[in-house]
Design a protein around this ligand. Structure first.
Ligand code: NAX
Length: 323
């Protein structure tokens, strides 16, 4: 029997309520792998977390070995193989974005320090809690003993949204859409990049799509999809976010034939400022990734890349005391 320890923070929250069950019933790991699951939330969420535990037990998952619910990060993170940092404070009424960034910076700084002390040095960390890219930078800065490439931030929700919207436009199944990546920040400045996308392994479809649709419809729709969901549901995306975290996690463990988007630490790639968590196009094989370096950047595309880069630099300035 193989064992795998997975910690999920924000485990009493909305995303976790879908995510935990996807992971335990899914196929990321070999059938003989048993999961040692640690669920972390704040003390105020203790009762809810206990209810989540009871529901997990009621599923009688074959994949589950042990389950620990706790409000102590060191208990959750000790000797972990994977950590999914979902927990974060939501934006409350009248709160400025910069206040939210600072509030959450404390959480990710403290958790990073604890992870560095108690987790395996090979631990893989996926940052979901917003602002995900900048929180990933904070975690990375506070985990000096963990390789930078073990930390990534979630952009897969944006990538999935972009693929789905394009597939509807061209009238093809979403699985036919490949090489569609999203650059930059998980925010309204992100750049969903259709320029190298393929439908059924061909980019001929681009001849049938007009530029106005790309710039005035497709890109803003993907950028603002989160707000569109809130407008209809009255709640933020949780099931689709959980599904995207599952996809991201799966690709990290098992690799992917397609191009993928994840926030990773930049090192002057595509002339983007170093030391940001910026989503780049990646080829991911089991347990490692390579940046796809061959994409030609047009003037128009550079404008998009720079806008989202500037936002990430501003966020980094806001949290500089945590880096
Ligand atoms: P919820 O507010 O439902 O749940 C958040 C949970 O985190 C709560 O149970 C809360 O008690 C817990 N929490 C707060 N501080 C904590 C701490 N210090 N340690 C452990 N747990 C803590 O939010 P939910 O809808 O689950 O979203 C979670 C985060 O994901 C939010 O920051 C949200 O903005 C972010 N998202 C990121 C996405 C991405 O693509 N990167 C997409 C979906 C989502 O918007």
């Amino acid at each position: 029997m193989n064992k795998c320890s997975i910690a999920i923070t924000g485990a009493a929250g909305n995303i976790a309520y879908s995510l935990i069950f996807r992971i335990l019933s899914g196929s990321i790991f070999m059938p003989d792998t048993k999961i040692d699951l640690r669920l972390l939330d704040i003390p105020d969420a203790k009762k809810i977390l206990h209810g989540v535990k009871l529901e997990i037990e009621d599923c009688a998952f074959n994949s589950l070995d042990t389950i620990t619910v706790t409000d102590k990060p060191d208990v959750a993170f000790t000797d972990c193989d994977y950590i999914l940092l979902v927990g974060a404070k939501p934006r409350s009424k009248g709160m400025q974005r910069s206040d939210l960034i600072l509030d959450n910076a404390h959480i990710f700084c403290d958790q990073g320090k604890i992870i560095n002390k108690v987790s395996k040095k090979s631990v893989k960390i996926i940052v979901v809690g917003n602002p995900a890219n900048t929180n990933a930078l904070i975690v990375c800065s506070n985990t000096p003993d963990i390789p930078n490439e073990n930390i990534s931030s979630l952009m897969r929700l944006d990538q999935n949204r972009a693929k789905s919207i394009l597939s509807s436009k061209v009238g093809q199944h979403v699985s036919c859409v490949t090489k569609l990546v999203v650059w930059g920040n998980h925010s309204t400045t992100q750049y969903p990049d259709i320029s190298h996308a393929q439908i059924n392994n061909s980019n001929n479809f681009l001849d049938t799509i007009d530029e106005h649709w790309i710039h005035d419809d497709f890109i803003p729709r993907v950028q603002k999809r989160g707000a569109e969901i809130i407008e209809h549901r009255g709640l933020s995306s949780a099931a689709s976010a959980a599904s995207a975290v599952y996809d991201h996690f799966n690709v990290l463990v098992n690799g992917s034939d397609d191009w993928e988007s994840m926030g990773i630490l930049t090192s002057n790639n595509y002339s983007i400022t170093s030391n940001l968590f910026y989503s780049l196009p990646l080829k991911i094989s089991k347990n490692s990734f390579d940046i796809i370096e061959s994409i030609e950047v047009s003037e128009k595309m550079r404008t998009y890349l720079s806008a989202t880069e500037k936002e990430l630099i501003d966020e980094r300035d806001t949290v500089k005391e945590f880096l």
